[in-house]
Design a protein around this ligand. Structure first.
Ligand code: CAA
Length: 304
C-alpha cells in the first residue's frame, strides 16, 4: 500500500538521481541518497538546494518547506546501509547494462524482502534487470524525465514478471509526486526513447549530410513543431553518450538498420564531446552563461 512506502533509497546522485531525490523529499518521503563517493553526494545536495532556491524565488515553495525537504535527505556511500530499511528503491546509475545488473544483484541481497526495486533506465530491458534478482515480480521501470522537478511524465515499465499490484503502486506513487504516469511494456526504448531518439538521430544525420546547420535544424523543430528545445540542443542536454547508448539498445534490440546510430554521434562521443556535461556538443557551454553558441566545428554560414 502506498502509505507503507516511507523510506526511499535512490542509487546514483547525478542529474537524474538528484532530481528524483528532490521530488521525493519535497513530497515528504524520507530519502536515502546513495553514491560511491561523498564528493558526488555533496555536489548533488548543492544542486538540489540551488534548484529548490529557484522554486522558492518563483513562489512555488516556501523557505520552510525547502528546509524540511532538504532535512528529509541523508547521504550514504555504503549501499547495504542505504537500503537496509528501504521500502522502495529507485536506481538511477549510468546507462550501462553491466553496471545496472551488478547493482540489482546487490540490491536484491541487501534490501528487505518487501522492498520494490525500480530502475530509472531509459531503455534497458526491465525483464533482463529483474532476471538477476530473486524478486523479478517486484522489479519495475520508473522512468523520470530531465529536469525531474519540472517534467510531468513518469513512464512506468512492466517487465515480463512484474506483478500488477506493483505497477498499480508505482502508478499511485507517481501521482503522489505530482507526476502523470503512463504504463508501457518492456520493448527496447519503451515508448519515450523509441520515438524521441530516432528523431534526435535523424537530426544528427541531417547535419552530417549537410542538409542544414545546427541553428537551422533546431530552429525548424522549435518554431515549426513548438518543441521547447531543438533536437540537437536536447541531445546536448540529455548527454551525447546517453543518446548513443540508447540508439545502440534500439539498434541491437530490434536488429533493424533504421536504428543505426549516426556516425557523427559516434565520433563526437569518442572525441569526448558529450554536450552540456562536458562543456561542448553541438553547442559550446560556458558556466554562468545562458547564451546558445553553436560549437565552432559546426559554425554556420551567414545568409543575411
Ligand atoms: N529544478 C527546478 N526547477 C527548474 C529546473 C530544475 N532543475 N530547471 C528549470 N526549472 C524551472 C525554472 O525555474 C522555470 O520555472 P517557472 O516556469 O516557474 O518560471 C521553468 O523550469 C523553466 O525554466 P527556465 O526559465 O530556466 O528555462 P526554459 O523555459 O528554457 O525551460 C526546460 C527549461 C524546462 C529544460 C525546457 O527547455 C524544456 O522543457 N526542454 C525540454 C526538456 C525535455 O525534453 N526533457 C526530456 C528529455 S528526455 C529524458 O529526460 C529521458 C531520457 O531517457 C533521455
Amino acid at each position: 500500500m502506498i502509505q507503507d512506502l516511507k523510506i526511499i533509497t535512490v542509487i546514483g546522485s547525478g542529474t537524474m538521481g538528484n532530481g528524483i531525490c528532490h521530488v521525493f523529499a519535497q513530497n515528504g518521503f524520507t530519502v536515502h541518497m546513495m553514491d560511491i563517493n561523498q564528493v558526488a553526494l555533496d555536489k548533488a545536495m548543492a544542486t538540489i538546494g540551488k534548484n529548490m532556491d529557484r522554486q522558492v524565488a518563483k513562489g512555488g515553495l516556501t523557505e520552510e518547506a525547502k528546509n524540511a525537504a532538504i532535512g528529509n535527505i541523508t547521504t550514504y556511500t555504503d549501499m547495504a546501509e542505504a537500503v537496509k530499511n528501504a521500502d522502495f528503491v529507485v536506481e538511477a546509475a549510468t546507462e550501462n547494462i553491466d553496471l545496472k545488473l551488478n547493482i540489482f544483484r546487490q540490491l536484491d541481497q541487501h534490501c528487505p524482502p518487501h522492498c520494490i526495486l525500480a530502475s530509472n533506465t531509459s531503455s534497458i530491458s526491465i525483464t533482463k534487470i529483474g532476471s538477476v534478482t530473486k524478486r523479478a515480480n517486484k522489479v519495475i521501470g520508473m522512468h523520470f524525465m530531465n529536469p525531474v522537478p519540472v517534467m510531468k511524465l513518469v513512464e512506468v515499465i512492466n517487465g515480463y514478471a512484474t506483478e500488477a499490484a506493483v505497477t498499480q503502486l508505482v502508478y499511485q506513487l507517481s501521482e503522489k509526486l505530482g507526476k502523470v504516469p503512463c504504463v508501457a511494456n518492456d520493448y527496447p526504448g519503451f515508448i519515450a526513447n523509441r520515438i524521441l531518439m530516432p528523431m534526435i538521430n535523424e537530426a544528427i544525420i541531417a547535419l552530417q549530410e549537410g542538409v542544414a546547420g545546427v541553428a537551422e535544424i533546431d530552429t525548424i523543430m522549435k518554431l515549426g513543431m513548438a518543441h521547447p528545445m531543438g533536437p540537437l540542443q536536447l541531445a546536448d542536454f540529455i548527454g551525447l553518450d546517453t543518446c548513443l547508448s540508447i540508439m545502440n539498445v534500439l539498434y541491437h534490440g530490434f536488429g533493424n538498420q533504421k536504428y543505426a546510430p549516426a556516425t557523427l554521434l559516434v565520433n563526437m562521443v569518442q572525441a569526448g564531446c558529450m554536450g552540456v556535461k562536458s562543456g561542448e556538443g553541438f553547442y559550446k557551454y560556458t558556466a554562468g552563461s545562458k547564451d546558445l553558441v553553436v560549437s565552432s566545428m559546426f559554425a554556420s554560414k551567414e545568409w543575411k
